[in-house]
Structures are given as structure tokens and as C-alpha cells.
Design a protein around this ligand. Structure first.
Ligand SMILES: [Zn+2]
Length: 52
């Protein structure tokens, strides 16, 4: 049971840690209207290796 609790706790912490920068990026983009350029993965969601 301790293992299950540890896994659930670890996943929750990991999700929280990953959600913080995503929330900050979303907040920043919601406050700005200009394009951040083709290098911005948030404005142009694609893999960095893929180039058209
Ligand atoms: Zn952007």
C-alpha cells in the first residue's frame, strides 16, 4: 500500500511541477498579442526538428 501511495504522490508532484511552467507560459501568451516568432513552440506547436 505504501508503494501505491508513493506512486500516486509522485505522479501528483510531477504533474504539479510540469503544470507550473505551462501555466506561466499560457499566462504570458494570454497577456501578449504579438507573434513570438517561428521558434516559439507555444505559438507554433510542432517538433523542433520538423521544418516546412
Ligand atoms: Zn509564443
Amino acid at each position: 500500500m505504501n508503494t501505491l501511495l508513493y506512486v500516486v504522490s509522485a505522479l501528483t508532484v510531477m504533474f504539479t511541477v510540469l503544470a507550473i511552467p505551462v501555466a506561466l507560459a499560457f499566462a504570458v501568451h494570454s497577456r501578449t498579442e504579438y507573434d513570438h516568432g517561428p521558434d516559439c513552440w507555444f505559438c507554433h506547436p510542432r517538433l523542433p526538428r520538423i521544418r516546412r
